[in-house]
Write a protein that binds this ligand. Sequence first.
Ligand code: NAP
Length: 456
Amino acid sequence: MSYQSVNPYNGEILKRYSSHDQAKIDQSLDAAEKLLNSDWSRKNLEDRLALLKKVATHLREQKEPLAQLMSQEMGKLIKQSRGEIELCANIAEYYAERAPEFLSPQKYPSELGEAWVEHHPLGVIMAVEPWNFPFYQLMRVFAPNCAIGNPVLLKHASIVPQCAEAFEKIIHDSGAPEGVWTNLFISTDQVADIIKDPRVQGVALTGSEGAGSSVAEQAGKYVKKSTLELGGNDVFIVLDDADLERAIKVGCQARLNNAGQVCTAAKRFILHEKIAEQFKQGMIEAFQKLKMGDPLDESTSLGPLSSSSAVENLHKQVDQAVSAGATLVLGGKPVEGAGNFFEATILENIQESNPAWYEEFFGPVAQLYVAKDDEEIVKIANQSHYGLGGAIHSQDIDRAKKLASSVETGMIWINSLTQTAPELPFGGVKRSGYGHELSELGFNEFVQKKLVVIGA
Ligand code: NAP
């Protein structure tokens, strides 16, 4: 596996890294195990929380260079990169503040005696993470596990090695003892070996369905706890009574943030037939106004995709969708020249027999569906293998709430796009995975809960 940093805006190779060998893996596992059995993991909660606060401070102090690095390495618009660093600092602070409460013993009234559940570290965790939020994805694993006392080994996506290195450095420079967080430039086979290792107790993966399935298979085989945050095919439902201007604005944003490379991006727009045409025209207009360009340029509104293979895959998916009967309303192809740019694209008339109906399009491609009533909206929404996020736009909140309860998904937002915050649980159902990250739910995934009873 080659770890290489390439600027997606111009194809320039920024840095190459050699892979880590078995000796480095063994040394990392030893350090992690040693830390797990030390006072730092078992007793010194205050030290762990102080580390989180320091990491938050360092992130804010270095926001600009870190944001620039992210934009150069994976093409995120600079404003969004700055927002991601701020969000990471907020997550670290959230757990620094809330962990003492989450870790305190919980009483369980029982006739059998005085009973309570204690919270302990589960053990060493393997994290496998994607490139689309190069810092935020790591923070979602680092912050809770640091507070719990679980040492973490990371395999980041091979196209963002500089971000992986920078994140590790921030933690190291904040005074973390060896083993708290170790970045490894390793292959998927090496990940499988690490999951198998008796020193490891859990694995957290965010990524595609294929990667999730393979990691979960290994975790299942060796009886290790796993969480999977996988892909999505989120709906963006617009009812006939929606504030249409707002729905168009938010819908375009929900599709195009991060050049459309977001697991919870709005991918399937299900439009009530009464407003479908107006919505479509509004979206066409908004997409035509986009300015493609350098992600570091503040005026750019659509950046490049993360890699040339991402462009190829997306192009293939759009071509296949059209061959299978979809209508191309706008865009549909890569932009000629240097950089991994893909036109903002709109597809409609996608029938269930079209593979596009079930696929995740990881880029600026919107699918439009038209439905005659709420029942048909729910039917289309639930005809999906995924169930990550979703959005419903309506001025009738009771009607929107009914739909929200009927759509099969892990998260759903009314009159908003799907967002994220440290205090809100994040996770999907169906092939979008299982388990949660963030909030108390995410915190509890890798906590060992031990029942203690004083017999009556
Ligand atoms: P990906 O190919 O699955 O890569 C994600 C990570 O998994 C990378 O570190 C990758 O390493 C590694 N990986 C790939 N195959 C593996 C295997 N067999 N065993 C172990 N590790 C493996 O995903 P991607 O295309 O880069 O990322 C986009 C996907 O992630 C989309 O489906 C998106 O929806 C999903 N995602 C989900 C969430 C969520 O919270 N639900 C958040 C963000 C993204 P290499 O880079 O070395 O291949």
